[in-house]
Design a protein around this ligand. Structure first.
Ligand SMILES: NC(=O)c1ccc[n+]([C@@H]2O[C@H](COP(=O)([O-])OP(=O)(O)OC[C@H]3O[C@@H](n4cnc5c(N)ncnc54)[C@H](OP(=O)(O)O)[C@@H]3O)[C@@H](O)[C@H]2O)c1
Length: 293
């Protein structure tokens, strides 16, 4: 194992998030309108309330307009779909985000709600159309956390072309879209998950190892090739503290490591706001969301 002097280089997200927000503000200045983000929340789950508040506040902070639609937990699917359809048709609305998950016990089908959303306003990049665009390398709004991981790797000049990337986690929100983005940048990508056999051996193949599982400390030093770049997407609450998926001891093996908190998490909201600006740019100037990644 490496000595403490050789501890992994930290890859903080704050400077990267600031660069993404600066880019959003630069693009915004060229628009004939102030982009307007609408965030729809159902129920009062404390985490959702807090996430939505952060998104709306940060949007306003960089000069975007934002509106929050806080609907009661008992809101029905038809009512929510009608709202999303109305926002999709409204020219004064440039970006729409429906906060997920829906409250426990809710019968709202996520797929039906996303199907009602205009893909060009889908700032989370979760509609089928945007997933198709992503996997076809066509311009489109990209999911925010995977886009953030790519911004972070680019900012720190981590080479991707021809490198082995292993992503642990295959969710539609993080793992799968990140695989598409890394593939489009010519990495050789493996998606590992809960049924992957010999996970440690698979992970050790990685030049770039991404943990997107949601289990504190699941990535241990024996899973990391010495010198590998390790990106920790996980957000876990343990004894009142926020920790990632990567055990702290990994810092003595990895070449570089993103912190939690203070890493990828900061990039997600920054990319949501950049996506809102890109969506407004497309709607007002007819420019496709540039392949900024
Ligand atoms: N930083 C951010 O802004 C941000 C944004 C989104 C999510 N997150 C965090 O990222 C983490 C993942 O989020 P998510 O939405 O992708 O979670 P998710 O939908 O629960 O997916 C978790 C993935 O991890 C896999 N997994 C579970 N246990 C495993 C194990 N023992 N070994 C290998 N793989 C295992 C699952 O495999 P199966 O598919 O086989 O079940 C699944 O693919 C969470 O901590 C979440 O809070 C952070």
């Amino acid at each position: 194992m490496a000595s403490p002097q050789e501890a992994a280089r930290p890859l903080p997200g704050d400077v990267v998030a600031n660069a993404v927000l600066l880019r959003a503000q630069e693009l915004m200045r060229l628009l004939p309108v102030t982009p307007h983000l609408h965030v729809v929340r159902v129920g009062e789950d404390p985490a959702s309330v807090s996430y939505v508040k952060t998104k709306a506040n940060r949007a306003r902070k960089i000069g975007l307009e934002s509106t929050v639609h806080a609907l009661p937990a008992e809101t029905g699917e038809d009512e929510l779909v009608a709202l999303v359809e109305r926002l999709s048709l409204d020219d004064a609305v440039h970006g729409v985000l429906v906060q997920l998950p829906f409250p426990e016990g809710s019968h709202i089908r996520k797929d039906r709600v996303l199907a009602a959303l205009n893909p060009d306003k889908d700032v989370d990049g979760l509609t089928h159309v945007n997933i198709g665009r992503l996997w076809s390398d066509e311009p489109g709004l990209r999911p925010c956390t995977p886009a953030g991981v790519l911004s972070l790797l680019d900012h720190y000049e981590v080479p991707l072309k021809g490198r082995r990337a292993v992503i642990i986690g295959r969710s539609n929100l993080v793992g799968k879209p990140l695989a598409a983005l890394l593939l489009s940048r010519h990495a050789t990508v493996t998606l590992a998950h809960s049924r992957t056999r010999e996970l440690a051996a698979v992970a050790r193949e990685a030049d770039i190892l991404v943990a997107a599982v949601g289990r504190a400390g699941i990535v241990t030093p024996d899973m990391v090739r010495p010198g590998a770049v390790v990106v920790d997407v996980g957000i876990n609450r343990v004894d009142g503290q926020v920790v990632g998926d990567v055990a702290p001891e990994v810092a003595s093996v990895a070449g570089a490591l993103t912190p939690v908190p203070g890493g990828v998490g900061l990039l997600t909201v920054a990319h949501l706001l950049l996506n809102t600006v890109l969506a407004a740019r497309q709607q007002t100037l007819g420019l496709p969301p540039s392949d900024n990644l």
